[in-house]
Write a protein that binds this ligand. Structure first.
Ligand SMILES: C[S@@+](CC[C@H](N)C(=O)[O-])C[C@H]1O[C@@H](n2cnc3c(N)ncnc32)[C@H](O)[C@@H]1O
Length: 288
């Protein structure tokens, strides 16, 4: 198995108040990092992932006790109903894309390979359809909304001009098109890759990441026991904003109390071992 270190695992266990015998849902199985930690301390774990590859990995790598479900986490209530479980003790979500998805060129999450980006390959619309069929204004709006603030219009124009000659099929082609829409001076001055906001915006649109997150948080009060806990790790400011506001709303309505006044960040030691952890923000609530 690929060597994999789960982000803020100790903090997740602490905020979930996870211990032997408790039932915890890991909404984002991925490479099974958090699920393994929870199993190690004796929790009963139900692990969900909409990517069947994650489920296949886990079947080979995880102990048989893990209950593996190939589905969207927005369907948590239905998943628990199917398992005849009324409420659980804890729910964890470690959002975003996993290393195995990013590094597989056939999945098209990175700058290489076929334009796809679907976490659930059975879903109809992939990045290819959005890039090759959606109107320019829609592409520009989604790029802007998800974070390509400065060049959304220029990138959308460049995409639509290019696709009149031939359809855009690969990450490499899209990268070149994005490059043409940005002045070299801007590209050279970026700390992070200049195309990341465009690719990330597309990925979030293809997978309805924000819609999934909102549905999950909405269904949590129906799925957690009294004093049950929800912990969410996000890597994007828009996701963190949704988590913060929806948690605040639960506090106002007397449904939950917030356990993390400010988001919890990974320690310097963890970031030095796993640079991805630098962007991670953990927030947690307890149901009243
Ligand atoms: C950052 S990874 C999780 C890594 C995992 N915690 C670990 O330690 O290995 C996110 C995973 O969640 C899955 N995922 C993302 N959004 C999902 C959703 N709405 N429903 C189900 N799974 C989702 C992705 O397919 C991916 O495998």
């Amino acid at each position: 198995m690929i060597k994999h270190v789960p982000v803020m695992a100790e903090e997740c266990i602490a905020f979930l108040n996870a211990s032997k015998g408790k039932t915890i849902v890991d909404c984002t199985l991925g490479l099974g990092g958090h699920t393994k930690e929870l199993l190690n301390i004796g929790c009963n774990v139900i692990s969900i992932d909409r990517d069947e590859k994650a489920i296949e990995f886990a079947k080979k790598e995880l102990p048989k006790e893990a209950v593996l479900i190939n589905s969207e986490f927005s369907k948590l209530r239905e998943i628990l109903d199917d398992l005849s479980i009324s409420k659980v003790d804890g729910i964890l979500a470690d959002l975003g894309v996993s290393t195995y998805q990013l590094e597989d060129d056939e999945r098209g999450f990175g700058f290489k390979g076929k334009l796809d980006m679907r976490m659930n390959p059975k879903q109809k619309v992939s990045a290819f359809e959005i890039i090759n069929e959606d109107p320019e204004e829609k592409i520009s709006n989604l790029l802007f909304e998800y974070g390509e603030r400065r060049f959304a219009n220029a990138v959308a124009r460049s995409i639509c001009r290019s696709r009149t000659e031939k359809s855009i099929e690969t990450g490499e082609e899209l990268l070149e098109i994005v490059k043409r829409a940005m002045p070299p001076k801007y590209r050279f001055s970026r700390e992070h890759h200049w195309a990341t906001p465009t690719f990330r915006a597309l990925r979030m649109e293809v997978n309805n990441d924000l819609g999934e997150l909102k549905s999950l948080i909405s269904t949590v009060p129906d799925c957690l026991k009294n004093k049950g806990r929800l912990a969410i790790i996000s890597f994007h400011s828009m996701e963190d904003k949704i988590v913060k506001h929806m948690f605040r709303d639960y506090v106002k309505k007397g449904i939950a109390k917030v356990l993390t006044k400010k988001p919890i960040l990974a320690s310097k030691e963890e970031i030095s071992l796993n640079p991805k952890a630098q962007r991670a923000k953990l927030r947690a609530i307890e149901i009243l």
